[in-house]
Ligand binder design. Structure first.
Ligand code: CP
Length: 330
């Protein structure tokens, strides 16, 4: 049984194989790889791209699906050994056990809740689903990882540059009114270092990536011949880069001190991608996973410019996810 949890569990060659199959699916969208298999797409959080791209991919691969949204499910208990006398109606163990009897695979979206640090950093909801499922579980964005987005992003970069090794990518923190989860920055950071890119992580102090992810990225960069540097100055972080990947994320201090984290975040209103920032780069492409808040994270001028590849990224979700589904069920 093959779960699909994070890209860093695969070798560089295996990721290249996913990218090759995704490119082939882009040329030939229809197949019978799923051969009437039935998949449950479980969204404990909202989605536009992930939901639609998986639904279309499954149809084009000859499978069927049910999309289950969090608000229409019983509220799930993910802790073990607790007395369920509050608002949680169904334990994840029963829910997953039942779904495993109906479906051939389960896709799950389970964002960080931002309340319990240990639970979020351990990706507890997703790993509990994997532990109790009798069928493959694939990650449609968990607390820590968004591997489908990362694979589509690698595909986009490969199409733009013809290769990944040595290309200069800056992942830059952006201002946001909410303290967002870290799954996307974690995943693009790991994927780019894994594939030998020259990566700069730019963020203000207080918005560090969790230490476990950072050390994993350092190991991956070392192994692939890539580079990783962290810069706390917004302009220095993008100087001469070839790609700006913008993303807002919350500081880890939010778990102990949410008000302090909010105040710190609001001090950095100037961390927006605008034309002046783009002018410091080597005619960089602009990337973002979407959804994005215009004129908070990025100006209209930049997102609407010819260097913005946001729709290219979103389209590649469809092709990349077919390569993942094919691997799971082959
Ligand atoms: N990028 C992404 O995962 O988009 P959705 O949250 O809309 O699925």
């Amino acid at each position: 049984m093959r779960h699909f949890y994070r890209l860093s569990e695969f070798s560089m060659e295996e990721v290249q194989r996913f990218l090759q199959r995704a490119a082939e699916f882009k040329l030939n969208p229809y197949s019978n790889c799923l051969d009437r298999r039935q998949l449950a797409l479980i969204f404990l959080n909202p989605s536009l791209r992930t939901r639609c791209s998986f639904e279309v991919a499954i149809r084009q691969m000859g499978g069927g699906f049910s999309t289950l949204e969090g608000q229409s499910l019983w509220k799930l208990e993910t802790q073990f050994g607790v007395r369920m006398d509050e608002d949680k109606t169904e334990h994840v163990k029963e829910a997953v056990g039942v779904l495993s009897r109906y479906f051939d695979g389960l896709g799950l979206r389970s964002f960080a809740r931002g309340e319990n640090k240990e639970e979020d950093l351990a990706d507890r909801t997703f790993t509990t689903f994997m532990d109790h499922s009798q069928v493959p579980v694939f990650n449609m964005e968990s607390a820590s990882y968004h591997p489908c987005q990362a694979l589509a992003d690698l595909m986009t970069l490969q199409e733009l540059f013809g290769g990944l090794k040595g290309r200069r990518l800056t992942i830059i923190w952006a201002q946001h009114p909410l303290s967002l989860p870290m799954a996307v920055p974690n995943s693009i950071l790991l994927a780019a270092t894994q594939m030998g890119m020259d990566v700069t992580l730019g963020h203000p102090q207080g918005f560090e990536i969790q230490p476990g992810i950072l050390s994993m990225a350092e190991v991956l960069a070392e192994r692939s011949g890539g580079k990783l540097r962290i810069i706390n100055d917004r302009e220095e972080a993008v100087r001469d880069t070839e790609v700006i990947y913008a993303k807002a994320w919350g500081g880890l201090s939010r778990y102990e001190d949410p008000e302090g984290e909010k105040a710190l975040r609001q001090q950095h209103q100037n961390w927006i991608v605008d034309s002046e920032l783009m002018a410091l780069t080597r005619r960089a492409y602009f990337m973002h996973c979407l959804p994005v808040r215009r004129n908070v994270v990025v100006t209209d001028e930049v997102i609407d410019s010819a260097r913005s590849v946001i729709f290219h990224q979103a389209e590649n979700r469809l092709h990349a996810q077919k390569a993942i589904l094919e691997w799971i069920f082959s």
